[in-house]
Design a protein around this ligand. Structure first.
Ligand code: ADP
Ligand code: MG
Length: 235
């Protein structure tokens, strides 16, 4: 039995925006085992990104608990959370978030600055990460010289640079066409199957969710359906 990486229990998240309270999560319980590839689906505003931010230690629950690798994150300081993010988690977003006037190699090296690695080691790892997404020959290019799919692969290489055990991806193919999306999803799948990296990926596209082993659906701040890929395709 694989160890549990993510264990969220009865999580509530309330945003206070002036006079209104937004209940983004209303009692979410969610578990992910090591080596799983989970897709998160659901309509816009249903709480997917909120949960992803909590999983990524970018935000905290208002009520309920979150254990990451068995550690209750509520007991950790901001600095400790930042360390955990650096050591364990790679993030990929819809909008690539690359630095425009900076080479592909430097973009990939950036997260390792915070990890305190020496420059040659940063370069070595960045080149390895770029090779693993098939972009070794593009290290001197600037992001705007690349296609959307290539830019997302650079973002993926950047997420891999610190050798994370968990990748969190929030609509990573949202800005890509179908063929390019497949290219990026094949890389996610390889990282999961060959490198054993745990992946949680938000998408609203069934074709993309089909790459995962399991699909979780959100609705109004709750999980309304959980199932394997087989069940999903049959329904
Ligand atoms: P999804 O990713 O499924 O589209 P979100 O988690 O982004 O949904 O949002 C869930 C709800 O929380 C929405 O009503 C959204 O407007 C609200 N929300 C998200 N982030 C914030 C924030 N930082 N401040 C206030 N409300 C927020
Ligand atoms: Mg979202």
């Amino acid at each position: 039995m694989s160890p549990t990486v993510i264990r969220i229990e009865d999580a509530h998240k309330v945003y206070n925006t002036g006079e209104v309270e937004v209940h983004a999560l209303r009692g979410v319980s969610f578990e992910v085992k090591k080596g799983e590839f989970v897709a998160v689906m659901g309509p816009s505003g249903s709480g997917k990104s909120t949960m992803m931010n909590i999983i990524g230690c970018l935000d905290r629950v208002t009520n309920g608990s979150y254990l990451l690798d068995g550690i209750d994150v509520a007991t950790l300081s901001k600095d400790q959370l930042a360390d955990i993010r650096n050591q364990k988690i790679g993030f990929v977003f819809q909008s690539f978030n690359l630095i425009s006037r900076t080479s592909v190699l430097d973009n990939v090296m950036l997260p390792m600055v915070y990890a305190g690695l020496p420059v040659p080691e940063r370069q070595r790892r960045a080149r390895l990460a770029l090779a693993s997404v098939g972009l070794a020959e593009k290290e001197r290019s600037l992001p705007n010289q690349l296609s959307g799919g290539q830019q997302q692969r650079v973002a993926l290489a950047r997420a891999l640079a610190n050798e994370p055990s968990l990748i969190l991806a929030d609509e990573p193919t949202g800005a890509l066409d179908t063929r390019t999306s497949e290219e990026v999803m094949n890389i996610f799948q390889g990282l999961n199957r060959e490198n054993g990296i745990t992946i949680v990926l938000i998408t609203h596209e069934p074709d993309i969710a089909a790459y995962a082993d399991r699909i979780v659906r959100f609705r109004d701040g709750r999980i309304c359906e959980e199932g394997g890929r087989g069940e999903e395709l049959a329904s």
